[in-house]
Design a protein around this ligand. Structure first.
Ligand SMILES: [Zn+2]
Length: 178
């Protein structure tokens, strides 16, 4: 993805049906927040050099999924790659954002900065994810100096991206696919 000259990215974090009403890890009010995110993004998209979404896109995330979740380190099945609830929330999907970061395919991943850009709907293999991650490590230094995030809840999963962004604003780098 390429970051333009104003260097501000908008990152829409984990706004998926799995985390809104009716989902496996629903946050009350999530659907309303998704609608507000839609409105904000429509009104402000010209202010951002880059807009990206993040998603849980779990294939086999190990102990991240549990039949007996503790809701700290283990969770019910959620964000299962290829299922309707793992897609973007319809209010966000309709924005037509071009860049999608998917995370947690084969391990727990709380931050979008642990993910890779994947703009398709396919279920990736472990090799697919490893190759995409390897491309990221060859990226040039970050050009996104600031970022705004919009998200649904305050739970650990969804706050991890803003937290890690403060540490590593770099990862949403201007990476020319190789
Ligand atoms: Zn997850």
């Amino acid at each position: 993805m390429h970051v333009g000259t104003n260097n501000t990215a908008l990152i829409i974090v984990d706004v998926q049906p799995t985390f809104t009403e009716g989902g496996e890890l629903a946050v009350e009010g999530g659907n309303a927040v998704a609608e507000r995110i839609h409105g904000f993004t429509e009104r402000n998209r010209s202010r951002y050099a880059l807009i990206a979404t993040t998603q849980d896109w779990h294939v086999e995330p190990g102990e991240h999924w549990s039949d007996h979740p503790d809701f700290v380190d283990t969770w019910p099945v959620h964000g299962a790659a290829g299922t309707p609830n793992a897609r973007l929330h319809p209010a966000v999907e309709s924005l037509g954002v071009p860049h999608h970061i998917k995370k947690g395919q084969y391990s727990a991943a709380y931050s979008g900065f642990e993910g890779v850009e994947d703009n398709g709907e396919a279920i990736p293999t472990r090799d697919d994810v490893a190759e995409a991650a390897a491309r990221l490590t060859r990226c040039s230094p970050a050009q996104a100096s600031r970022a705004s995030t919009l998200w649904v809840s305050r739970c650990r999963t969804v706050c991890a991206t803003p937290r890690s962004m403060r540490r590593r604003a770099a990862m949403m780098c201007a990476c020319t696919p190789t």
